[in-house]
Design a protein. Structure first.
Length: 282
């Protein structure tokens, strides 16, 4: 069951939640966040709202009304005690049927539904690239068509996530996840300069892993070429996917090849899940 709140009211099933000419629908002019929900609480909500503000600023949108957003979060979670996933969407509101914006108010939508965390993942290399020089690189926007197309391709191949290179041929990210490699005794993730999203789970794994003494770090520019995934497929390295409804997820299949879970990968998953239970708003 999905529960939806918008602009101060709960929306009944089948009821229209926003205008047909909202700029979030017509041109994808909006930003969003997805949070895990634990025991009725949105996990790491403060960090998610800070990123929502950064994404809006990067899009040239006005700063979202975070009090209104929090009111929506409270209302939705009160109505869905079994929720596992919460999504906050802020669009630029009603606008013209083109890219130009109007000066009207933003639209705020909060929705929650059940979610199942799958402990392992299956990945396929995307035939398309992520543009690290894009105007929206690193922003969490509602313009998700590239991800939809690439994920559909991965699903056809038997995976549940698609992993991109960037235009420089470096490892970047998944359609809705960040990537870590367990390689040469370390856990390493592509730098933000690769064009990847500054994932909240990525950020916390870097922090919490270091706190627990795990050898985890962000790579240097150019350190992880996309071809490094050949080492994963050959068993010389291991791979993790991280995200708000994946948590820390070891990859057990890449492009048709079964993979083993590495010791560091398993330790990273354990550390994250323990700290996640202990620190609801880190």
């Amino acid at each position: 069951m999905t529960v939806i709140w918008t602009e101060g009211r709960m929306v009944a099933p089948g009821e229209a939640a926003l205008s047909a000419v909202d700029h979030g629908i017509t041109v994808g002019d909006g930003v969003f966040e997805t949070c895990a929900v634990l025991n009725g609480h949105a996990f790491a909500l403060t960090r998610h709202l800070a990123r929502l503000e950064r994404s809006a600023s990067g899009m040239g949108m006005a700063a979202p009304d975070l009090r209104k957003v929090r009111d929506g979060v409270d209302a939705v979670l009160a109505a869905t005690p079994d929720a596992g996933r919460l999504r906050i969407t802020v669009t630029d509101g009603v606008g013209p049927l083109a890219s130009g914006r109007s000066d009207g108010p933003q639209t705020v939508i909060v929705a929650a539904t059940e979610a199942v965390i799958v402990p392992t993942g299956r990945a396929a290399r995307s035939p398309w690239t992520r543009n690290e020089n894009s105007a929206v690189a690193g922003l969490k926007t509602t313009s998700y068509a590239e991800n939809v197309v690439s994920l559909a391709d991965a699903i056809r191949k038997g995976a549940d996530e698609s992993v991109f290179a960037n235009t420089q041929g470096d490892l970047c990210e998944g359609t809705g996840s960040n990537v870590f490699l367990e390689i040469d005794g370390e856990l390493v993730t592509p730098p933000l300069s690769s064009g990847c999203l500054a994932g909240i789970t990525r950020e916390l794994l870097l922090e919490w892993g270091a706190e627990e003494g795990l050898p985890v770090r962000e790579a240097k520019d150019g350190e992880l070429p996309f071809s490094v995934l050949d080492r994963v497929a050959s068993g010389e390295a291991r791979m993790l996917l991280t995200g708000s409804v994946r948590n820390v997820q070891p990859t057990v299949w890449l492009d048709g090849v079964d993979l083993e879970i590495g010791e560091l990968s398993s330790a990273a998953r354990d550390v994250f899940e323990r700290f996640m239970r202990e620190r609801l708003d880190p």
